[in-house]
Structures are given as structure tokens and as C-alpha cells.
Design a protein around this ligand. Structure first.
Ligand SMILES: [Zn+2]
Length: 414
């Protein structure tokens, strides 16, 4: 690529598009509540499809509501270069998590239109269904089912807290599409995402090239005790499942603190207690927790410490605790050829970058099992995310968007 071939996105247009998105499902003034397959999610999907069609894309939707907006290449026999992320948010979400990645993909298409450029391979911009898991668990179910990592029928049968299945919710918003799941090939998949951690912001670097992830595993615990009278039952006789949960939550956090110096993380995210009423202590509590570490050996040690903490909590609270493993991913996620493409392109564009590992889950991990994949991170203010105060600066996001644009075009002309 010579300097004359360098392409640049239109920052003002990207920002206007982000601002329009930020109106759909606005929550607590500056945030978003746009849960997967909700009315707000439908409105945003409709808006995205309108934009994609106006930019000349053909739009296809699969059985799980994953949206594929394709800008044709000159050789339709070649697999496209895909760019994707998600438009759904957490219940107290920000305006940029996932959204920036999809809308940068749209901006890539619009920029190519401005310049009248036809790439050899098509460019496909993807919105994956339910990345966040804020309504239906597990997170990233659209991309995982697409890649065959989890089964479609299990996903369709998954219920939210009101008992509504994914299948029903898809029907309700009209996004159970006709395309079969997973029957698409990608030449490569690139995902741009805000970092959701403070490294780029603190180091004043605007581009992160993600070379892998933190080893991560989720655990689902069922804690079993007995109900009893909150007043009458002597303390020594109680088998209060909620107390067992309390001991687990504290101990698991202590494991995270013990590994914090070398980048360990533990988080208990969800608690469901039955019967969850005053006057009666709990018979059964379900917990969801996860742990993450950059180093495989330390990760395994964390896992052993967490298991020991769970056993100790069970004994102390006189309850039984069943542990089932949930989602997990490894540390070697991405294709060296795609990482190299990002490095080379960043150097050609004169963009300073930092190589890093992702601590969060992303749709790219599932897609990486079926297509060469890599990710670009852009800074977010103090690393705040999954919070309405999540914030970015346009000027610090544009370098990553330009890297995405030029890398996608280079790959699409291959
Ligand atoms: Zn995200």
C-alpha cells in the first residue's frame, strides 16, 4: 500500500451515526438499555438495516436474527471479508460497547462508496444476536450457535427471567430470519471493540491489536439447603443456602484479590434465591461466577483455589453445592495471518499501537473457530464499561476505525 492508497473514514458521519444509535433505548440520560430481542433492539436493528440498504448492501437474516449486510465485491465466487460486533447492550449499558464495531463496519462500506472503490471480495457487516447475555444466557449465543459451538435448539429454548424463550422473542420482533444458521463462509473476520479496560486510555495509545484472550471459565453453582423459620430455628440447625452463597461470594472475591497482582480476575455476577422471602431462609440458591487469568498455569491454580473455597463454604454453611462448568475460552484465539495484517497495516498508516490480550468475551472468539480472525481495540474513558458512564473520544477512535478500513480492504483485494 502506498501512501496515496490510504483510506480514511468520515469521523463526523461515524459520530452522527453513533448519536442516532444512542437515542434508541436511552437509559439514565447517557446510557442505553437495549436488551437482546427487546422492542428497543428491534428498533435499532431496523435502523441498521435501513442504513445498510441505503449504502447499497443486500441484507440477510438467519434463524437466530444475526444480520448480514453485504457490499458486493467484483468476484462473487469469493468469500467476503466480514466485520462484525453487536448492537444489544447490558441492562445498565453504554453507547459504544459492540455498537462502535458494527457502526465502524457500516462506515467502512460508506467510505468505499464515497471513493467509488469496488473490492475483489465483498465486505459483510454483521450484527450478532445477544452478545451481552443481559437477557438470555449465555452471552455471545448468536455467534456461538452460528459457529456450531453451541446447539441451535438449546439456544431457541433458552428462557429469560419472565419465561420467554429466545424462539418466542425472535418471533415477537420479526427477526427469525429465513437464512440457515452457519451456512456462510468468511475469508476473514475482523472485529473492532472498545477495550473495556483502562490500558489504552492510561497509556495514551489509541490502537490495540488483540493477539489473544485471557483464559476464562464460568461456573454455575446450585446451593442446596432447607427452608426454615427465620426466628424459631436454632442457628446450629440451619441449612441456609443463601448463607452458603454469601460465603462463596466472599471467598471467590478473595481468590481474585490474591491473584490481582498478576492480572487475575474473579467475579460473581448473578444470584437467584428460592423462595427469596422474608421470614423463611433459602432452600436453593443459584450463582453464576467466572474467573480469568492471562497465564495458563496460574489460571489452573485459581480454579483449584476456587473449588477449595466452594468446598469450605459448603461445610461452613452445612449445605450442598453442585458445580457445573459454563462458557469458557482459551488464550490462543486469533489467526497469526490476521494479526500480521493488522500490524502491517498499522505500520503503513503510521499508527502507534499496542499488542494486548482481551479480558472480555467477544463474538470474535466463536467466529475464530471457523474463519481467520483478529480484533482491534480502541480506548474507552478509564476503562469504564457495562455502565451508563461508558465514554469514548472520537479523535481516539478514528485511528482504530481507519485500521479496520484499510486492513479489510487489503484483505478483500487478496
Ligand atoms: Zn461488547
Amino acid at each position: 500500500m502506498s501512501a496515496t492508497n490510504v483510506l480514511e473514514i468520515n469521523p463526523e458521519r461515524l459520530w452522527e451515526t453513533l448519536e442516532r444509535s444512542a437515542e434508541i433505548g436511552r437509559f439514565r440520560d447517557v446510557g442505553l438499555r437495549r436488551l437482546a430481542l427487546s422492542a428497543e433492539d428491534k428498533q435499532m436493528r431496523d435502523q441498521f438495516i435501513d442504513w445498510a440498504k441505503a449504502a447499497g448492501c443486500t441484507v440477510e437474516i438467519d434463524r437466530l436474527g444475526n444480520i448480514f449486510a453485504r457490499r458486493a465485491g467484483s468476484d462473487p465466487s469469493l468469500a467476503p471479508v466480514a466485520i462484525g460486533s453487536h448492537l444489544d447492550t447490558q441492562i445498565c449499558g453504554g453507547r459504544y460497547d459492540g455498537i462502535l464495531g458494527v457502526l465502524c463496519g457500516l462506515e467502512v462500506v460508506r467510505t468505499l462508496n464515497d471513493r467509488g472503490i469496488t473490492t475483489k471480495r465483498g465486505i459483510e457487516v454483521i450484527c450478532w444476536t445477544n452478545e451481552e447475555g443481559g437477557r438470555f444466557a449465555p452471552p455471545m449465543m448468536g455467534s456461538m450457535a452460528f459457529a456450531g459451538v453451541i446447539a441451535l435448539k438449546d439456544v431457541l429454548a433458552t428462557r429469560d427471567d419472565d419465561g420467554i424463550t429466545v424462539e418466542k422473542a425472535l418471533d415477537a420482533i420479526g427477526y427469525a430470519g429465513p437464512e440457515p444458521l452457519g451456512k456462510r463462509a468468511f475469508d476473514a473476520y475482523l472485529e473492532l471493540h472498545i477495550e473495556q479496560a483502562p490500558t489504552l486510555d492510561r497509556e495514551k495509545v489509541d490502537v490495540g491489536i488483540v493477539v489473544g484472550g485471557y483464559k476464562t471459565k464460568a461456573l454455575r453453582l446450585t446451593i442446596k439447603g432447607d427452608t426454615g423459620h427465620a426466628g424459631g430455628t436454632p442457628m446450629a440447625m440451619r441449612r441456609n443456602a443463601l448463607v452458603g452463597a454469601g460465603y462463596v461470594i466472599g471467598a471467590v472475591n478473595d481468590v481474585g484479590l490474591a491473584y490481582a497482582a498478576d492480572e487475575g480476575r474473579t467475579t460473581t455476577t448473578r444470584i437467584e434465591s428460592f423462595p427469596n422471602l422474608p421470614g423463611t431462609y433459602a432452600e436453593e440458591v443459584k450463582l453464576t461466577l467466572d474467573y480469568r487469568h492471562i497465564d495458563q498455569v496460574r489460571f489452573e491454580a485459581m480454579g483449584r483455589d476456587i473449588r477449595a473455597a466452594i468446598d469450605a463454604a459448603a461445610q461452613k454453611a452445612n449445605v450442598e453445592i453442585e458445580v457445573v462448568e459454563g462458557w469458557s475460552w482459551g488464550s490462543e484465539l486469533f489467526a497469526p495471518e490476521c494479526i500480521d495484517l493488522l500490524r502491517t497495516t498499522a505500520k503503513e498508516l503510521g499508527l502507534p499501537y499496542r499488542e494486548m490480550r482481551s479480558q472480555a468475551g467477544h463474538d470474535a472468539y466463536a467466529v475464530a473457530t471457523m474463519a481467520p480472525t483478529a480484533m482491534i481495540f480502541t480506548p474507552c474513558h478509564e476503562g469504564i464499561s457495562h455502565n451508563v458512564k461508558e465514554d469514548i473520544e472520537l479523535v481516539r477512535s478514528v485511528p482504530g476505525a481507519n485500521l479496520l478500513l484499510n486492513a479489510a480492504v487489503a484483505r478483500a483485494n487478496r
